[in-house]
Design a protein around this ligand. Structure first.
Ligand code: SF4
Length: 301
């Protein structure tokens, strides 16, 4: 299981040497919105969403894409001697605009010195053949391209309950389309959504293993102040799994043990700003959670 090493900040070929560059993702807000907020699919957004929690400081304050990347480079400068960057369009739905707008924003990122590719995070219902053809044309110029899809759950009843605004079938179709265009795909899954038992969550591994995905990012459900899900949790916390650092680590180790060996785990846990987070409060950074889980995986295997 340790073969499922985190690739969050590096590609498989970027070992840390002086000659082979280290790859670092730079998170960007590309100025996109989301169909679950602007009314195309829904209004109000997913019940767990607090968009303020998305961005690091360097991509706030209405900076251009170019400025955000330069600020990100300055932030990471000095970490390694030889660095290249992936422009990580992370906020909102980064394929949700006309093709002309997408092309213009992706090209602005690629024009920055030392940017060698794009990572595009989006919703499954915002992927189509035109977007994928655009990404393939960028890849043909020797840039790296990858997609991240927010699937979040493989239960329609859960997606409906959290007002996600797309279905499991749409997630599967989007994954298969990425595969058709040979674009690497990472899916995101939230562990602990309301109404899902431990068994329900673990049972999703069967479907995940049958899908042509390359990587998975796992997140504990974070109850953020001011969100609809926070009000639900305050009224009926019994409908939510309540994780501690230890119980979450044990649970994720069990989950990961059930996955195909070739699925890379890019993320084991996430973190929101302390002042926004109501629960669970692990009190440590995601890298510490990751360390706990990897230790458990080594013990199991
Ligand atoms: S989580 Fe993503 S899809 Fe849901 S409302 Fe927020 S930005 Fe939109």
């Amino acid at each position: 299981m340790v073969a499922k090493e985190s690739l969050d900040n590096q590609s498989k070929y970027s070992h840390q040497t002086n000659t082979v560059p280290k790859l670092q993702k730079i998170m960007l807000d590309g100025g996109f919105t989301c169909p679950n907020r602007d009314g195309r699919v829904g209004r109000g957004g997913c019940s767990f969403c607090q968009c303020e929690s998305f961005n690091p400081d360097y991509c706030r304050d209405n900076k251009t894409i170019h400025e955000q990347i330069e600020a990100g480079k300055a932030f990471f400068r000095g970490k390694y001697s030889n660095m290249k960057y992936l422009a990580y369009f992370q906020a909102y739905s980064s394929t949700y605009a006309s093709l002309d707008v997408l092309r213009q924003r992706y090209e602005e990122a690629l024009a920055v010195e030392d940017v060698v590719g794009l990572v595009i995070a989006t919703r499954p219902d915002c992927i189509d053949e035109n977007v994928l053809s655009l990404l393939v044309s960028i890849r043909e110029r020797n840039y790296s391209v990858a997609i991240e899809l927010g699937c979040e759950s493989f239960y329609d009843r859960t997606l409906e309950r959290v007002n996600r605004g797309h279905t499991v079938a749409q997630s599967i179709t989007a994954i298969q389309m990425c595969k058709k265009y040979a674009i690497p795909v990472t899916i995101h899954l939230i562990l602990g959504l309301p109404g899902e038992s431990r068994e329900d969550i673990l049972a999703q591994t069967e479907l995940i293993n049958s899908l042509p995905i390359d990587a998975l990012k796992l997140h504990q459900l974070q109850i953020l102040r001011g969100t609809p899900i926070a009000r639900e949790w305050e009224k009926n916390s019994a409908d939510f799994l309540s994780f501690t650092l230890d119980s979450y680590s044990e649970f994720v180790a069990e989950f990961v043990n059930r996955l195909r060996d070739d699925i890379c785990i890019e993320r084991y846990a996430s973190s929101a700003p302390k002042d926004m987070l109501l629960a669970p409060r692990f009190g440590v950074k995601p890298s510490v959670v990751e360390g706990h889980i990897k230790k458990l995986l080594l013990q199991k295997n």
